[in-house]
Design a protein around this ligand. Sequence first.
Ligand SMILES: NC(=O)c1ccc[n+]([C@@H]2O[C@H](COP(=O)([O-])OP(=O)(O)OC[C@H]3O[C@@H](n4cnc5c(N)ncnc54)[C@H](OP(=O)(O)O)[C@@H]3O)[C@@H](O)[C@H]2O)c1
Length: 209
Amino acid sequence: MNIAIIGTGNIGKGLARALARTAHTVTVSDQSGGAAAAADLGAAGAQVEAAEVAAAVSGADLVILATPFGAAESLAQAADFTGKTVIDVSNPLTADFSGLTVGHTSSAAEEIAKLLPGATLVKAFNTVFAQHYASGLSVGGRPIQTFVASDDETARNAVIALAGEIGMEGVDAGPLKNARYLEPLGFMNITFGYLLGRGTDIAPLWASK
Ligand SMILES: NC(=O)c1ccc[n+]([C@@H]2O[C@H](COP(=O)([O-])OP(=O)(O)OC[C@H]3O[C@@H](n4cnc5c(N)ncnc54)[C@H](OP(=O)(O)O)[C@@H]3O)[C@@H](O)[C@H]2O)c1
C-alpha cells in the first residue's frame, strides 16, 4: 500500500518511522514539500519518499493527516482526496490547551469528513502520545491500543490491521461519530500526561480478562 503522511512534526515523523519498518511505501509531506523531513528520517534509518501535498495524496491509497485540525480546510483545497482513505489523528485543542474546539454534537473527524466529501474518514491514533513511536509502542508490557472509528467497515478493519503491523493493538471503536468520545479521551490523556504529572509514558487501555 502507498501511504502518504501529511505533516512531519511529532506524530508525522513518529508514524513514518514505524510505518517505514513495514512493507508499505511511505511518502511524507508538509508545507515545505517534505524533503527535509524525509532526509532527517533517512538519516535515522527510516527510508521514506517526499512529495508536495497534492502529489503525495494523489499517489496514496491511504492518507494520514498528522496535522493540526485547523489545517484540514487548506488541505481540502490543496489536494484531491476523492477515493482516498484518510486517517485523522487530531485532538482539536483550543489555542490555550484548556479544552476542545469541537465536541458533543460533532468531532474533528466528522468536520474533516465534511471538508473531504469524496474520502473515507477514519479516526485513529489520537490517544497515543508521539513519544511512544520512538520509545516502543507498548505500556506495562502490553501493546498500546488505538481506538479506530469509521463508518466504513473495510477502512476501519484496514487501519486496525495497519496498527497491528506497527506493533499496536487496533480496537474497533465503531462509527465515525464515536470520534466525539475519542477526542475527549485524547484530551484526558493530555491532561493526565501534562497537567496531572503522569508524563507521556502513559496510554489509555480498554482492558478485558
Ligand atoms: N503530539 C502528540 O503527542 C499527539 C498525540 C496524538 C495526536 N496528536 C495530534 O496529531 C496532530 C499533529 O500533532 P504534532 O504534535 O505532530 O504537531 P506538530 O509537531 O506541530 O506538527 C504539525 C505538522 O503539520 C504540518 N502542517 C501544518 N499545517 C499544514 C498544512 N496546511 N499542510 C501541510 N502540512 C501542514 C506542519 O508542517 P510545517 O512545519 O511545514 O508547518 C508540521 O509538520 C495534531 O492534530 C495533534 O492534535 C498529537
